[in-house]
Write a protein that binds this ligand. Structure first.
Ligand code: BES
Ligand code: ZN
Ligand code: ZN
Length: 491
């Protein structure tokens, strides 16, 4: 759906459109509804029809306009009960549900009040509502022969213009990341991902550098190359840099797992597990989305993104179980499972980011099924080698409305990664604690403060969710942006 948001300072009744949306919270009309000329008529209808305003519930009422700015229709939009669990996430979800409800009825223009602005503040509510609307309007119709494109112009009455602008930048970047994840893997090969990064650079002015398979080998990225060597689609190492105008306040690295497809290699995945594996580059997509928004917002930190893009395939040249790879760090790794490939590609990316001078590293990867077992589909696992950085990312995620939860890097387990043949092995062999083992493995490759977000659960969904359709979710973009550029800056 093509959505255009219009932020207006004016009250809802001052913007003449055929459809006016007012909230119903705790069974009562919210602020904008109180001032409707047809208020009494509407309250009566609510009672007669027993409309309680459960969250997302809508009621479309034709109103007998008495001229002036009165609309032809009022849509009551339920915001739920007043008591438990109301947060900005309620407003965000309302934004998404609202655009769906309006377009389903065939309206191309509407005005809505900025829900719950009295409770959360005008800026906060505007941000959440706008973000939800743009995320909710997302569709991926590129490969449909005859797509139906709906259009909507939505006025946000009494909203904050800067907050809506910011929400647009961030939500558009999330949708950009979703697009990358949703591309089929025969289209989005490592070379194509690199091409998209170059395009991003041309559009935003970000610096982009790409290494091909020859340079990757020459530089000594043996762990990364080992994973990539079985595919006819050669790997790419992608670097994207954002530099602020003045002296940077800090230098951060964002690293994203970039497996454009993961078959598991010779430790082959069963076919049902493979059906979602085009999403194994969702970490890379999140990092690219974040860079896109960061370039447009212009924070004071320098941010360097690194993506080791490869495909994990089976062929005569593919790596085997028992192969020993030499990583960029110099550490040798015995491959005990070719499906634990992400950590091998990330090992070299982390070493590289560290050597290039990052002060801290935030890394995102669809790394383990074990993390999904632990936290479910909605929550990312957060592993930190440094408490302060861990807290910083956790707080950014909370403000951004993305769910992360800390898991421990248990030092006692580290010895399980020792190999008799090489310095390390890529899996422990123990059946438990898989997400922790993966985090511990990554922590072998940098001494800098590191946060690893295992996004295997929230990166991709096979069902529609409250902020978008099935497919890539763009998880991580909002947190990464929030971290360097807090959305609602403290006053
Ligand atoms: N890409 C997968 C992890 C994954 C699983 C992502 C489910 C999204 C949904 C990763 O490369 C992988 O296969 N990990 C293995 C590790 C194991 C071999 C130690 C896994 O989780 O089974
Ligand atoms: Zn794998
Ligand atoms: Zn993988």
């Amino acid at each position: 759906m093509e959505i255009r948001l219009k932020s207006a300072r004016r009250y809802v009744e001052e913007i003449p459109t055929r459809l006016r949306v007012v909230g119903v919270w705790g069974g009562e009309l919210t602020e904008g509804g109180q001032r409707l000329a047809t208020r009494e008529q509407i309250t009566q209808m609510m009672e007669e029809l027993k409309f309680r305003g459960d969250f997302g519930e809508t009621l479309l009422l034709p109103v007998s306009a008495s001229g002036g700015n009165e609309p032809e229709f009022v849509m009551l939009f339920g915001l739920g009960a007043k008591k438990r669990g109301v947060s900005l996430e309620t407003v965000r979800k309302a934004g998404a549900k609202l655009v769906a409800a309006i377009t389903k009825l065939g309206f191309k223009e509407a005005v809505t009040e900025t829900f719950l602005a009295e409770k959360f503040g005008k800026k906060e509510a505007s941000y959440a509502l706008a973000e939800g609307a743009i995320l909710g309007a997302y569709e991926f119709k590129k490969y449909k022969s005859d797509p139906e494109v709906k259009r909507l112009r939505l006025w946000l009455a009494r909203s904050s213009g800067p907050a809506v602008d910011r929400a647009e930048i961030v939500a558009e970047a999330v949708n950009y990341a979703r697009d990358l994840v949703n591309e089929p893997p025969n289209v989005l090969t490592p070379a194509e991902l690199a091409e998209r990064a170059r395009e991003l650079g041309r559009e935003t002015g970000l610096q982009v550098m790409v290494w091909d398979e020859r340079q990757i080998q020459q530089e000594g990225m043996g762990a990364f190359y080992g994973v990539a060597q079985g595919s006819a689609n050669p790997p790419r190492f992608i670097q994207i840099t954002y530099k602020p105008r003045g002296k940077p306040s800090r230098v951060l690295a964002y690293v994203g797992k970039g497996l454009t497809f993961d078959t598991g290699g010779y430790s082959l995945k069963p076919s049902e597990s493979m059906t979602t594996m085009k999403s194994d580059m969702a970490g890379a997509a999140a990092v690219m989305g974040a860079m896109r928004a960061i370039a447009r917002i212009g924070p004071n930190a320098e941010v360097r993104a690194y993506i080791a893009a490869a495909e994990n395939m089976v062929s005569g040249s593919a790596y085997r179980v028992s192969d020993v790879l030499k990583s960029l760090s110099g550490k040798t790794i015995e491959v005990m499972n070719t499906d634990a490939e992400g950590r091998l590609t990330l090992a070299d990316a982390l070493t590289y980011a560290d050597r290039e001078g990052a002060e801290a590293i935030v890394e995102l990867s669809t790394l383990t099924g074990a993390c999904v077992v632990a936290l479910g589909q909605g929550i990312a696992g957060l592993f930190a080698t440094d408490d302060r950085l861990g807290k910083e990312v956790q707080e950014a995620a909370l403000r951004a409305g993305e769910q992360v939860w800390p898991l421990p890097l248990e030092e006692d387990y580290r010895e399980l990664l020792k190999s008799t043949t090489a310095d390390l092995k890529n899996v422990s062999g123990a059946r438990h604690g898989g997400a922790i083992m993966a985090g511990l493995f990554l922590s072998e490759f940098t001494e800098k403060p590191l946060v690893h977000l295992d996004i295997a659960g929230p990166a991709y969904t096979t069902n529609p969710h409250s902020l978008g359709p099935a497919g890539g979710t763009g998880f991580g973009v909002r947190t990464l942006v929030e971290m360097v550029a807090p959305g609602i800056a403290e006053e």
